[in-house]
Write a protein that binds this ligand. Structure first.
Ligand SMILES: *Cc1c(COP(=O)(O)O)cnc(C)c1O
Length: 414
């Protein structure tokens, strides 16, 4: 089966019926551009799943390429010609046998999202959102980013012939800032955090300069990110793991997967079983963890946010209540880890199993280790950790030593 062979002339139907406010349940007509609902909350896309079920099932899926678009009955894009693609392949589920042995666990799996276009799982959400922007005739987009979302937007918008303006905190990893520009967007460094960038983007949108593509402020990124749940279940033979560790910034992926599981049940692909959803954050920016522990429905802004895991340095998430709802409904939990634990976990996975994690993936591994030690997860449970981006995008520790080619080294000491 081809890994990627999107047929752009193919017309498989989507079964979108309407959009719905995630707080009030108020419904909105499909096929129009939207930001937040009038209640100021994210909109969710709804489908006629009973009808979709007749087209998307184990038999039809078996015929399709292993990419994100294989699930298109429950994706929002109507016309295949509007699909903007850079090859959104299914990502591998990689065991960490040495780490599992070391921790006394039966099995430990990493969903390695670093293999996607632009090197992160942001490609899933942005491919979908940009395809919808193309379908809806949007010409200019702006977005605040910690790096990876901006890189994905740059690539996909350029490919769609849409103008993209990206604002990032001035300490965003250099490679992210440069790749955004290299892929055709205009990038600005802002002396603030991602929500400070978001305020500028929001004001510009209010003045009619561009369309606001902030996390969850347009409804289609969730639809792209939800394919992680479909992908994962399909790879496990339409079974779900016992527990999922998800490094959480805006929470799009966690919210999206939780939505996907409900849709998959209605499609008859899985039963009512669900994994426990674990929201992983860094100690230096853990608004969701604090709200979870305080029993709150919303998470107040985290002041003085600081962590080397930039992708989860989000002081205030607009979908906080959706993240917390999914975590609680799943009987999961929220957990934070320190930057030292993150750095150690990245080093451990690389040295023990040869898999280079990004810092956020390291946070997931560190959180798994901590949860195992605290008895929140059992060693015989099947855990899946999300590695959100390729570790190659981040500054790596220099561990090399120097050799002088004028004299041969003492070989036995190398
Ligand atoms: C965006 C991002 C995250 C957080 O993802 P959300 O779904 O927005 O919570 C985690 N890690 C990396 C590397 C990211 O780019």
């Amino acid at each position: 089966m081809p890994v990627w062979s999107l047929n752009q002339t193919e017309e498989r139907p989507t079964f979108v019926t309407h959009l719905e406010c995630s707080e009030t349940g108020k419904t909105f007509e499909a096929d129009k551009p939207y930001n937040l609902s009038p209640a100021g909350k994210p909109l969710l896309v709804r489908y006629d799943l009973a009808a979709a079920r007749r087209h998307m099932n184990l038999d039809t899926l078996a015929q399709r390429p292993m990419d994100l678009w294989r699930y298109r009955e429950i994706l929002p894009v109507r016309r295949a010609s509007n699909i903007v693609s850079l090859g959104e392949n299914t990502t591998p589920l990689i065991p960490l046998p040495a780490m599992a042995r070391r921790l006394g666990a039966r099995i430990l799996l990493v969903k390695d999202e670093g293999r996607l276009p632009t090197g992160s799982f942001k490609a899933r959400g942005i491919a979908m959102a940009v395809s919808m922007a193309k379908e809806l005739g949007i010409k200019r987009i702006a977005m605040p980013t910690n790096g990876n979302a901006g890189a994905a937007l740059a690539a996909y918008a350029t490919r769609a012939g849409i103008e993209a303006i990206v604002l990032c905190p001035d300490d965003t990893p250099e490679v992210n800032v440069r790749e955004i520009a290299a892929q055709g967007a205009r990038v600005y460094r802002v002396n603030g955090l991602i929500d400070d960038c978001g305020k500028i983007v929001g004001e510009g949108a209010a003045q009619g300069h561009w369309f606001d593509f902030s996390t969850l402020k347009e409804p289609y990124r969730i639809e792209g990110k939800k394919t992680m749940g479909l992908d994962l279940a399909e790879q496990l033979g339409w079974q779900l793991p016992d527990v999922i560790f998800y490094p959480t910034g805006g929470g799009t992926g966690l919210i999206g997967m939780w939505k996907a599981f409900a849709e998959m049940e209605e499609l008859g692909l899985i039963g009512s079983e669900r994994p426990r959803m674990v929201s992983v954050q860094a100690e230096g920016c853990a608004p969701i963890v604090k709200a979870f522990e305080d029993g709150e429905e919303h998470a107040p802004r985290w002041e003085g946010a600081s962590t080397l895991a930039w992708g989860i340095r989000v002081p205030k998430a607009i979908g906080d209540f959706l993240i917390l709802r999914a975590v609680r409904e799943s009987q999961g939990f929220a957990i934070s880890v320190s930057d030292e634990e993150i750095t150690r976990a990245v080093a451990e996975a690389g040295a023990a199993d040869g898999l280079l994690l990004c810092p956020e993936g390291g946070a997931a591994l560190a959180a798994y280790e901590k949860a195992l030690a605290e008895g929140k997860v059992q060693p015989d449970e099947r855990a899946v950790l999300f590695n959100c981006a390729t570790g190659l995008k981040y500054p790596l520790v220099d561990q090399s030593k120097i050799l002088d080619h004028h004299q041969l080294p003492a070989f036995s000491t190398l």
